[in-house]
Ligand binder design. Sequence first.
Ligand code: PAF
Length: 289
Amino acid sequence: MAVPPRIFYEPAELRAEIRQAQTSGKRVGLVPTMGALHQGHLSLVAESQKSCDLTVVTIFVNPTQFAPGEDFSKYPRTLDADLELLSEFDPVWVLVPPVDAMYPPRSTTEVKAPAIALPLEGAFRPIHFDGVATIVLKLFQVAPADAAFFGQKDYQQVRVIEDMVRDLLVPIEIVRCPIIREADGLAMSSRNRYLSPEEREIALNISRSLHETVGQIEKGATSAQVLRDRIDQSLRGAGISEIDYVSIACPRSLKSVETIEGDVVILVAAKVGNTRLIDNVLVTPPASC
Ligand code: PAF
């Protein structure tokens, strides 16, 4: 039965209620989002429900993680539909804070994201992870949950948050959750709704080429350069010419590897039409002995 979630607009009110729930022995899970919810977000709520008594979802399109010229103003805002999707879960509390509740007037303090933020996305979106780290730390303050759930679709974002929590001694468990894909392989993202049907077809080549590369590694391919070039060529062949990066890297440090000997993460960022998409996959090569 659908149960409308309890909605909070005031961070202080939410924090007090969470503290009270925790005092009465409840474990609280947090799912930070920017709204425009899809099955990927709902899988995080479902995961939280497995281990927590109460799940708090935050819906806030965070201005500081968008550079001028990025899609902040056109980012989809679909609050009614989001609340309807969340009503399938119970108990769920939702925080929808106004901007000045998260960024009080005259506030100038921000978090400098850890070093793991520098390559890949950080090279193309230099202010992005400082904005993410700042808002996520604020959300951890206003929703002092026991665990927070993040999707591996934003692989580097999860690594940034893991390192920030370690460095700043934030008492919260970070839970990584798998990427949720459409039946045809496209990684779910709020930005997929920008794609025209033709662009969506083209975008499928990103997950397809990642999938093919996993197959090649599982069959014993070890040269990262050869595999990166193949992905690049196959994306360009499919009409994706604006490729920000194709990286085969250590899953912890995100440093590029030359020879694939242990687990790697393959990450791609590319533009299809005007829509910038990211995707990744973790791979374990076959044992060498
Ligand atoms: O992944 C997102 O939706 C956002 O970057 C997050 C973590 C909610 C911070 O605004």
